[in-house]
Each structure stands twice: as structure tokens, then as C-alpha cells.
Design a binder for this molecule. Structure first.
Ligand SMILES: [Fe+2]
Ligand SMILES: [Fe+2]
Length: 176
């Protein structure tokens, strides 16, 4: 066991929680009959789940502890269609800080494989923060007149990479 793999194991809850929060957001939008926003977050939820399973695979390969965690209850209630995206952007920023901290531990421990593994996550976080910021701008702009403009926009344009990343590390059980 190393300090790095222990910290990585402890990070699993953050990825699974992100996934659960995105499911909650997707269902909220779905309930509001905003299917494109719902679709975006259903997909994000799967992406976060895949992040967790990539870490699970890494920990197994490293013969380290793998602890599949319970997750705290996600936020379920929102007052307007902008709030969920604000929360999502905050969450992405937090996860970026967490991954950066993990990368520092890998470096301190001289764990070169671990450090290299996290390089993909750091790039992924940059992409996710940028696309969530784009989505926030889109939703804010649409909300000034009619939120359905955001639905039209999402039906035409895709925001983010849709979970496609050719160089993603392998996920336990396969990415979905
Ligand atoms: Fe993630
Ligand atoms: Fe994310």
C-alpha cells in the first residue's frame, strides 16, 4: 500500500458522488420536460461512473486496496434551470482540485506511473470544466428569454466530447 494508492482509493467517492449528482440533475431536467438538458446530464453521469471504474482498474492493477464507497445524498431540488449547471461547474472545479492534489502526492512519492495515469484525468478535467462553463453560458443566455432556446441549441450542437476519449485508460468491466 502506498500513500498515493490510498489517496486514489479515497477519491473514488468523489467520482461516484459526481455521477449520482448528475443523475439527480438529469432527472430534475427530465421532470421539467427539458429532455436535451436531461440527456446531457444522463451522459455526464455515465462518464463520471466510468472515471470511477478507471480508477478501480488502476488500483487492481497496482494490487492496492479498492473500496467501493457509499455516496452522500445528492442535491435533488433546484429553483430554476440555471442552478443545476452552476452546481455542476462548482463540482467539476472541486474535482479538478482533488485530482491536482492526487498528482502532487504521486510526485512526492516518486510514483511515476501514478503521475502519468493522472495526466489523463487532468486533461479530462480541463475539458469538463470548459464544457460545463460553455453550458452555463448557454443556459444563462437562454434563460433571459426562453429556456427552450437552450434545448434547441443542445439539439443542434454538442457541448463537450460526449464521453469520447480515445486515450482513456481501461475501466474495470469496460467503460459504458
Ligand atoms: Fe470525473
Ligand atoms: Fe467530471
Amino acid at each position: 500500500m502506498s500513500r498515493f494508492t490510498d489517496a486514489l482509493d479515497a477519491h473514488l467517492v468523489n467520482e461516484f458522488s459526481a455521477s449520482q449528482q448528475y443523475i439527480a440533475i438529469a432527472v430534475w431536467y427530465d421532470d421539467q420536460t427539458l429532455p436535451q438538458l436531461a440527456r446531457h446530464f444522463y451522459r455526464q453521469a455515465v462518464e463520471e461512473r466510468n472515471h470511477a471504474m478507471i480508477i478501480v482498474q488502476y488500483l487492481m492493477d497496482a494490487e492496492a486496496h479498492v473500496t467501493i464507497p457509499g455516496v452522500p445524498a445528492p442535491r435533488l431540488e433546484f429553483t430554476d434551470p440555471i442552478e443545476p449547471v452552476r452546481l455542476a461547474l462548482e463540482q467539476e472545479k472541486e474535482v479538478t482540485t482533488q485530482i491536482e492534489a492526487l498528482a502532487h502526492i504521486a510526485r512526492e512519492e516518486g510514483d511515476l506511473v501514478g503521475e502519468q495515469f493522472l495526466a489523463w484525468f487532468l486533461r479530462e478535467q480541463r475539458e469538463e470544466m470548459a464544457s460545463m462553463a460553455d453550458l452555463l453560458r448557454t443556459v444563462e443566455r437562454a434563460a433571459e428569454t426562453n429556456i427552450l432556446l437552450a434545448e434547441d441549441y443542445l439539439a443542434r450542437e454538442s457541448i463537450g466530447d460526449g464521453g469520447e476519449s480515445a486515450d482513456a485508460p481501461p475501466a474495470a468491466g469496460g467503460a459504458i
